[in-house]
Write a protein that binds this ligand. Structure first.
Ligand code: ADP
Ligand code: MG
Length: 347
């Protein structure tokens, strides 16, 4: 954390709200034809050009969703933007614009806000999104960040959670559980540091799980790849709260059950070995851990050939009738219920 007592740093009061907004607002040429007016007036103005408008918002509170003891502000800004983009991509739509609201307590300096916005702008740049507004406020304690993302699409392109059918393939992208492993590592090192400030954090050899926790990416590449393959998922959502609860959402919205194979759930080897050290079953971390920001979707069986060679997509099971419930099968052939709270490897 940057201390405001450092004479090299600037208090927020010194530049005021308008000074801060001026720093945030970049008057770049808009790339989206839908952007008419960005930062600088009472409202942003967009033109949907006859498309449907998709909107989603996400709130991050210090002490609840993030801990500034180990999250760099630039990463936090990046993540605050990316979690919003992930929700839009989960509808099979690329995000176009972002509004970001921030509330800051007096402990934050202008330089700290600059770092935060470096991350927000970097995410916007990478995902082709325009920051078109927001609001700025002080807060009594800590930081609050609330992002709203806007996207545009024809109705035929939009994928809802409710579109899955029986016997369809249930797929996930990338690997799961690593963000949870990264969080456990950061919490462990924070505790060690608290107990003995002379001990330096030992984060070596755990780059992947740390990156998955601190700098998540949303799967815009998958949305592009599926479109190029001529595939439209029948149902989709992003995996922010753990696979088990997300499968429950798709099943509920689609009025179906599902059958999942535990050993098909992809877990990165470095995440798996770290979790095993902690005596956490990697499959349990994938099912119950959160913040992976991968995609969970269903596909028609006829799309199997098209995706079977993609290293980024894994079929983990299939959709069944609602009466069959949501089941998980372990490698020894045992089948048990997968509840919304997850699955206990030791039941
Ligand atoms: P108001 O007083 O009407 O809320 P503001 O002075 O807060 O207006 O905002 C002026 C402009 O700056 C608006 O275009 C608004 O969207 C933008 N803005 C304010 N805060 C932020 C922020 N944190 N990030 C991006 N844009 C912001
Ligand atoms: Mg305002």
């Amino acid at each position: 954390m940057i201390e405001e007592t450092n004479p090299e740093l600037t208090n927020l009061q010194q530049i005021g709200e308008f000074g801060l907004i001026e720093r945030i607002g970049q008057t770049k040429k808009f790339v989206h034809e839908q952007t008419i007016k960005g930062i600088g007036d009472d409202c942003a103005v967009t033109d949907p050009q006859g498309k449907k408008v998709l909107l989603s918002t996400d709130l991050l509170c210090e002490g609840v969703h993030f801990d500034l003891a180990y999250v760099p502000l630039k990463h936090l800004g990046y993540k605050a933007a990316v979690v919003n983009f992930s929700d839009m991509l989960a509808m099979n739509v690329k995000p176009a614009q972002l509004l970001m609201n921030i509330a800051l307590s007096a402990k934050f300096t202008v330089e700290a806000v600059d770092e935060l916005y470096k991350g927000i702008h970097a995410a916007c740049e990478k995902y082709g999104v325009e920051l078109i507004g927001g609001d700025t406020s002080s807060s009594i304690r800590g930081m609050v960040l609330s992002g709203t993302v806007i996207g545009y699409a024809d109705e035929e392109q939009i994928v809802y959670r409710s579109g899955a059918a029986e016997r369809e393939l249930l797929c996930v992208t990338g690997d799961l559980g690593a963000a949870y492993a990264g969080l456990r590592l950061l919490e462990r090192e924070k505790q060690i540091f608290k107990d003995n400030p002379a001990v330096q954090p030992d984060l070596s050899g755990n780059d992947y799980i740390l990156e998955r926790q601190l700098k998540p990416e949303a799967r815009i590449d998958i949305i592009t790849a599926l479109a190029e393959m001529g595939i439209k998922p029948t149902a989709m959502m992003d995996i922010s709260d753990g696979l088990a609860s997300e499968i429950g959402h798709i099943c509920k919205a689609s009025g179906l059950g599902a059958h999942i194979y535990l050993n098909r759930i992809p877990v990165d080897p470095s995440a798996a070995s770290f979790l095993e050290e902690l005596k956490v079953h990697p499959g349990v971390a994938a099912l119950n851990g959160g913040e992976d920001y991968e995609l969970l979707f269903t596909l028609k069986q006829s799309d199997y050939e098209k995706i079977s060679k993609s290293p980024d997509i894994t079929i983990i099971g299939y959709m069944s009738a609602a009466s069959e419930g949501i089941k998980i099968e372990t490698p020894d052939g045992r089948v048990s219920d997968l509840t919304a709270g997850g699955w206990n490897a030791f039941q």
